[in-house]
Design a protein around this ligand. Structure first.
Ligand SMILES: C[S@@+](CC[C@H](N)C(=O)[O-])C[C@H]1O[C@@H](n2cnc3c(N)ncnc32)[C@H](O)[C@@H]1O
Length: 449
């Protein structure tokens, strides 16, 4: 097997005659490996027959490398070759590469073919054709054809068209990093839905919350599971409205179990995170990550005990030692970089995560117990959410504050807090906790207007 070094390949490739002589003597595998070593191309080739001939090979890798190499030679004479092979080639990767090569020609002669290709069945081909056409997006015909893709079935195609053809304000300066002083460091007693309705849109930088469970604890009785989900949907719609562009909503839930009615019935398990997910997506949250909070087995309710005795299949019920921490971002066409650019260098520096970094989405954290509240967040969980998903000085929300663990952890990292809790006992309990910890910097409001 002929194995050329990168230097040899570059020397041979820069001389058309030398290339033809060497390349023709290689096997398909050797040709592939040769082409992979071709770097930048300076030579003007007069004749592309050698590539066109080699493209007849059955070897997909070779065909792919040929197109990759040719795409670096932006010569309009290659267009007729591309035009011929784009409908013959069957492999998606190679077709995408051919369309990319056509786009790189940046020549008006390619427009009609690219317009035909945005009707292709393969979304990869469509996306590459869009890239090629965007160069000519000021041409009325191209603009009209691209606009038609706003109703394309593929979500990425739709997103790109919406972004490229409609958004003109992508760098508009906003008050993104600012915090409404009226809402800074407030703990409000009330129903979250009523309180959030009074708050203007684009207010919060981050929300982290754990909603009441469905019938699993005494403070959370709903008429039906459907009612419960509808209640959460209404609140999370308000959270969405009041969240700033491109910022995060992090939701801690887990399936809950409702005990059986009698020995003649089985207990029922409700998959809360999975049932909430579709309506969060529908209301405009983008799914970002699923973090699994894992607790020591000793802290879980023993469900597997019966099985350990009888060992009969079908009746297996593992102990539930995990909860979901679902990460969503308010849907936007802007990248995270845009969000970060809205802050001063000082704030960015102050917010860099310089302590321990958790590399995987499996977070092992022990549960927390509390004398007053029966379902509190561990502070460690809150601290991770704050450091990874907000910046110093941000305004963070917990609409189901409970004992205020999230608020406490947020203040420690110099974030501003806005907490809502409807239960009188928990609200009074927070008064004690926060006044002890934060020397009256927090205002407690019983009648939020
Ligand atoms: C799972 S607990 C949150 C515990 C909290 N993460 C902590 O660390 O203490 C849910 C809380 O939501 C409160 N809650 C339930 N419905 C509410 C509503 N409509 N508005 C405000 N708070 C509500 C409950 O009283 C309960 O304290």
């Amino acid at each position: 097997m002929k194995n050329y070094s990168k230097e040899e390949v570059e020397k041979i490739f820069s001389n058309e005659d030398l290339f033809i002589k060497n390349f023709n003597s290689l096997t398909d595998r050797e040709k592939t490996s040769f082409l992979r070593k071709v770097g930048k191309i300076n030579t003007q080739y007069k004749n592309f027959d050698i590539f066109i001939e080699s493209f007849k090979s059955d070897n997909e890798n070779l065909r792919f490398e040929i197109i990759k190499t040719l795409s670096k030679i932006t010569d309009i004479n290659l267009f007729s070759f591309y035009k011929k092979i784009i409908y013959i080639e069957k492999t998606s990767d190679i077709r995408r590469e051919i369309v990319s090569a056509i786009g790189r020609l940046r020549n008006k002669k390619t427009i009609q073919l690219l317009i035909d290709l945005i009707k292709d069945d393969d979304p990869n081909v469509v996306l590459q054709a869009i890239r090629g056409l965007l160069v000519f997006k000021d041409d009325p015909l191209v603009h009209k054809e691209l606009k038609k893709l706003s109703s394309h079935p593929n979500e990425i195609v739709k997103l790109i068209i919406e972004n490229e053809l409609t958004s003109t304000d992508s760098n508009k300066s906003t008050n993104h990093s600012e915090v409404n002083p009226k809402l800074k460091n407030k703990i409000v007693k009330g129903d979250s839905l009523d309180v959030l309705k009074k708050i203007e849109e684009d207010t919060f930088h981050l929300t982290f919350t754990s909603p009441p469970y469905y019938n699993a604890r005494d403070y959370s009785i709903y008429k039906s599971y459907e009612d419960y989900l509808k209640f959460l949907e209404k609140i999370f719609k308000e959270v969405h409205r009041t969240t700033k562009e491109g910022r995060f909503f992090i939701l801690n839930t887990s399936p809950v179990i409702v005990p059986r009615f009698s020995r003649n019935y089985s207990s029922k398990r409700y998959p809360i995170p999975f049932d909430i997910h579709p309506f969060l997506i529908n209301m405009g949250w983008e799914f970002i990550d699923d973090i699994v909070w894992s607790k020591p087995e000793a802290s879980a309710k023993n469900r597997v005990g019966g099985f350990l005795q009888h060992k009969k299949p079908l009746a297996y019920k593992p102990n539930a030692t995990t909860e979901m921490v679902m990460v969503y971002r308010k849907k936007t066409t802007k990248l995270i970089d845009w969000n970060l650019k809205q802050y001063s260098k000082e704030v960015i520096n102050e917010s860099l995560v310089k302590d321990e970094i958790h590399k995987s989405n499996l977070w092992n954290i022990g549960p927390s117990h509390d004398k007053v509240h029966s379902a509190v967040f561990p502070k460690e969980l809150c601290d991770r959410i704050i450091k990874y998903y907000s910046l110093s000085g941000d305004l963070v929300l917990d609409p189901f504050a409970g004992s205020g663990t999230f608020g406490n952890a947020a203040l420690e990292r110099k974030r501003n807090i806005f907490l809502i809790e409807k239960d009188e006992t928990y609200f009074q309990d927070m008064k004690k906790r926060f006044n002890l910890d934060n020397q009256n910097t927090i205002e407690f409001i019983e009648n939020f207007k």
